[in-house]
Design a binder for this molecule. Structure first.
Ligand code: XMP
Length: 519
């Protein structure tokens, strides 16, 4: 982006580096995370930050070949804030001393602010005691020339240090995590007051720049975008459409495994409201035909993935191909995470349903969300005028309902039963005001029939399971603790209203050891 005010975060491999970026952006300042081993004096100058934050990390400055910031960073006149490992490397690089502490600190601690400095000239100030989150074995024991102690904790006599003249600051704790309740105020002080960033990074500003960027990249070229109904692809499509209008064609491959009303809603919003060129291909016969007789989860996924690419390519060819493929890659997918050993290995997650297509069809990628976190994508979606129920939607897996009919062949009848139960469940969740606090909720049609009694007759029908989890990234999850009354109400409605289901269970497994989906 060309945002003028920007902060550089140098990543030393902390598990929570991304949280620093989120805190800074929440303050309205654009920032990027760059791995320490890619940062040089020249790259800093090229990026042009108004300040630099050094993240935490698992390494120790006491070992050989320890990760470092470029030495030049400390003489460039830029304000620098070191966090945890960032503090230790700053101290070691500037001539101070770090030792392994026999008083390790993990978890909640309290910092007494003992002296004035520009960082502690606001919500955090001299004489106050702040709750913080510590996680360190090493600690600073001798300060570099020019520094003074401005905060202490029981395990870290140098919990916060400052050199106001050079605008170098460092803390032993992690202000980016929620367990440091006033941590955001500290970042605000640093990026807004000390670095002088204006805080004009807003979604409206992002949208404007992103549109310009798409126009510059695409020129008169043609772009094709797969629409799934999910948040990311919807936002990508709306943004690119606003940028280049008719040069964009969206393709919605309906594999027949969507939830009730989903395809219709996407068509309504994109074709009727936004006037986007949209091909909605009903390929359900083809997908269900290929899935016939298949009960193995991995084979189902592979069959669906391969068929998806075939159909997408077919539709793309019908319109004469395209120069670019639009993808909803997000920032967490592209941050080159520093490996836990602190070494230079790099992991970049590959993305998406249409993997393999760009090369096969010789298309270049347009990825306008590469700089955004998920919650920012939602804000952008709103800015673009997408309906709330679309931008706030729970994640939905690429293979759709096929992986929610475990251990059974996928048939239209089973899909219908599952859809009806799922609709009731989600309706009740929305009615109870719980949709937005739950990460994902859905129904699973179980491969077992059970005996019931309805009226005076015996029934012999499917059992279903309800699943609802809370999570922040889908990597770990806890089952949602509904009250029993709610569950009873949903069970009652499903058994009464959905022909084919006579028993309802609730899944109380967390991830790990379970996964969110059943297959
Ligand atoms: P699991 O079941 O692995 O799911 O705990 C974690 C998150 O990923 C989604 N998921 C998928 N998404 N294609 C997707 O696009 C898939 O094959 C797939 N499998 C699982 C799942 O819904 C949850 O949000």
């Amino acid at each position: 982006m060309t945002a003028t005010d920007r902060i550089l975060i140098i990543d030393f491999g902390s598990q929570v580096t991304q949280l620093i970026a989120r805190r800074v952006r929440e303050i309205g300042v654009y920032c990027e995370v760059h791995p320490f081993n890619k940062v040089t004096e020249a790259s800093i100058k090229a990026f042009g930050p108004k300040g630099v934050i050094l993240s935490g990390g698992p390494a120790s400055v006491l070992t050989a070949d320890t990760p470092k910031a470029p030495d030049a960073l400390f003489t460039m006149g830029l304000p620098v804030l070191g966090i945890c490992y960032g503090q230790q490397t700053m101290v070691a690089q500037l001539g101070g001393k770090v030792e392994t502490s026999d008083h390790r600190e993990f978890g909640r601690a309290f910092v007494d602010i003992s002296a004035d400095c520009a960082l502690f000239d606001g919500p955090w100030k001299k004489g106050e005691r702040e709750q913080v989150w510590m996680s360190h074995g090493d600690r600073v024991v001798v300060l570099p020339h020019g520094f003074k102690v401005v905060g202490t904790s029981e395990g870290a006599p140098f919990a916060a240090i400052a050199d106001d003249d050079r605008r170098l600051y460092a803390v032993q704790f992690h202000p980016e995590v929620v367990h440091t309740p006033h941590g955001s105020a500290l970042y605000r002080k640093f990026v807004r007051d000390i670095c002088g960033c204006s805080g004009d990074w807003t979604m409206a500003a992002f949208k404007k720049e992103a549109i310009e960027k798409v126009r510059a990249q695409v020129g008169k070229g043609r772009v094709i975008c797969g629409l799934s109904g999910g948040v990311d692809s919807a936002v990508v499509a709306a943004l690119i459409h606003e940028a280049i209008g008719e040069q964009l064609t969206c393709v919605l491959v309906d594999h027949g495994l969507m939830r009730a009303g989903e395809t219709e809603q996407v068509v309504k919003v994109f074709r009727d409201r936004f006037n986007v060129r949209l091909i909605a291909r009903d390929a359900s016969d083809l997908f269900l035909g290929k899935l016939a007789g298949e009960t193995d989860p991995e084979k189902k996924r592979k069959t669906i993935g391969a068929a998806f690419i075939d159909v997408f390519e077919e539709e793309a060819k019908k319109i004469g191909g395209a120069d670019f493929l639009a993808q909803g890659t997000l920032y967490p997918d592209v941050i080159e995470s520093v490996s836990f050993a602190g070494g230079p290995s790099v992991t970049i997650k590959s993305h998406h349903n249409v993997g393999g297509l760009p090369a096969r069809m010789n298309m270049k990628l347009v990825e306008p969300l590469r700089e955004l976190f998920k919650d920012e994508v939602r804000l952008l979606g709103k800015e673009l005028g997408l309906p709330d129920e679309m931008v706030g939607r729970h994640p939905f897996p690429g293979p759709g309902l096929a992986i929610r009919i475990p251990g059974q062949e996928i048939t239209r009848e089973r899909l219908d039963i599952l859809r009806k139960a799922d609709t009731i469940y989600l309706e009740e969740i929305r009615k109870a005001g719980l949709y937005d606090v739950i990460w994902q909720a859905f129904t699973v049609l179980l491969p077992v029939r059970t005996v019931g009694v309805m009226g005076d007759s015996r029934s012999y029908d499917y059992a279903c399971a309800l699943r609802a989890v809370t999570s922040t990234d889908g990597m770990t999850a806890d089952f949602y603790h509904f009250d029993m009354e709610f569950l009873g109400r949903v069970a009652n409605r499903i058994v009464n209203e959905v022909r084919g289901i006579n028993r309802v269970t609730y899944d109380v497994t967390s991830k790990p050891p379970g996964t969110i989906e059943w297959e």
